[in-house]
Design a protein around this ligand. Sequence first.
Ligand SMILES: Nc1ncnc2c1ncn2[C@@H]1O[C@H](COP(=O)(O)OP(=O)(O)OP(=O)(O)O)[C@@H](O)[C@H]1O
Length: 599
Amino acid sequence: MTGRGGTRHAAAEAARLIWVAAPGGVAAFLLVTLAEAAAPVVAAWMLKLTLDTLAAGGDILWPALAMAVTGLASATAPQLTRYLSAELGRRVGVRALDRLFTALDRFVGLAPFEDPAFLDRLRLAQQGASTSGQFVSGVFGMARAAVSLVGFLAALLVISPLLALVVAVTAAPAWWAELTLSRGRAAMLWRITPNQRKEIFYSQLLGSVEAAKEIRLFGLGPFLRGRMLGERDLANAGQRAMDRKELAAQGGLGLLGALAAGAGLVWAVLAARRGELTVGDVSLLLAAVASTQAAAGTLVRSAADTHQQLIIFGHHTAVVTTEPDLPLPALPTTVPAGGQGIELRDVWFRYSDEHPWVLRGVNLTVPTGRAVALVGLNGAGKSTLVKLLCRLYDPTRGTILWNGVDVRELDPAELRGRISAVFQDHMGYDFSASDNIAVGDLTAHGDPARIGAAAQRAGVHDQLMALPQGYDTPLTRTFADGTGAGVTLSGGQWQRVALARAILRGDRDLMILDEPSSGLDPQAEHDVHERMLRYRAGRTSLLISHRLNAVRHADTIAVLDEGVIVESGHHDELMEAGGGYARLFHLQAQGYRDELVTP
Ligand SMILES: Nc1ncnc2c1ncn2[C@@H]1O[C@H](COP(=O)(O)OP(=O)(O)OP(=O)(O)O)[C@@H](O)[C@H]1O
């Protein structure tokens, strides 16, 4: 949680953000706020002047006119304030959101996105970003209330210093209580964020088309709804406890204020009866006591709200200023040309200290221009190894060298610029077909020739052309962008789109194919493998597949077993050695042969 220093830092950050986002808006808001704040004080003084002048039989034209002008200002200022506050909120909100997601993009690896505490903080940071514009209204609301407070306190001081003191003193506990409550509320919001994130998760699940099949078939609706409501109940319980604390504190403080106001009223009436106060004095006093208390209340509440928002905004500041999750080189090197390729040297890896070892001393070389295949049972660590190559994590021990240079010495953007990949769990974006391929290399965005060529090589061009709006067809039924009905591709078609995406990245130094054909029918699989064989020729590539027939042409096949490379060589060598690879290969081939001989 953010402490006092953190709140101060967040306040400075918020002020900077707001000023940069809309300096003109801040100035206009300040002017209107001051006018709005001064109006009631001026009006009350003018009323006193009018009444006293009237009682003395004088001319009340000027005080009455001044009252009318301040009335006009009071009537129009709130609307103007509301508009300016909303506009400032929008501008500052956009800037804060941009800053947050720019910072998020700077995280190099995946670990932060797998850290629940970070995800909680991110949610509050988003909340802080979207409400950051409200600081201006909060702070100016405080300024407005402070001006009114000072004005009315001054009026009270003139008439009765004692009453001024009593009103000021009764407001003091409210200040302390509200700030304590705001801290408590911010802490409560942090505590219930995990529940709120889970509630969002369940609600999205209940509304998602991907989950709808299983939810309906397995009858999961009531179960998931129950869990969603359970999380809401937990969050509500936290909020309720806080609300009750506020009720008790604010109720008590309200009572104290009412007692002070009542005492002031009795005193004023008695003093007027004794002839110590004029009619105007009584009118000003009544207005001043009520308005001082109202202004003090507004000041305290605005301060408390702003304080709470600052604590929440502290999460935004914390995310934006978080150190990179993986160490970045001060002076990045570049990969020298013409090296031996990529080498994993005694690489050990586990996802965290609490997780088991996934890779245990892997030594593997992917020589330049050669194809290496990685095979192994489920959970052997193949996809993990791919993630390390892309530097989505760093090895816990050991090194990955690219042409002799440790990949940690490279700028991650340069490293990734050299790699093209089809991940096992590749994405299907709710975009058009064309954009779904273009994400592989955004320089091809809006270049139908390049996108079409990549789709052709991945063998999906004809299918995309046959869609209702060809490449412009949305590959989603979730959004309606006015481009006509979207479609849902089949699993295999998506796989080819992902392949086209990787092919679009063109001549990268390393092509990674993690299960590129798992969802394909036998004919498509054969076709894709033929295409990839041609495409890979002469390129450095790492291929992962459970279909051993698809990897047999690789220059080297490495068998990963529980995080260790247990065999490595060409297909014929491994078959001759008669180890695990040969056993798996025979097992697969046997399956097909059995099918053939069984009538
Ligand atoms: N993000 C993660 N956090 C924690 N553990 C993980 C994570 N990703 C994978 N693992 C674990 O690491 C081990 C290796 O997983 P990995 O995905 O690398 O296996 P794989 O060889 O690619 O398997 P498959 O053939 O099933 O795709 C598994 O035990 C898995 O549970």
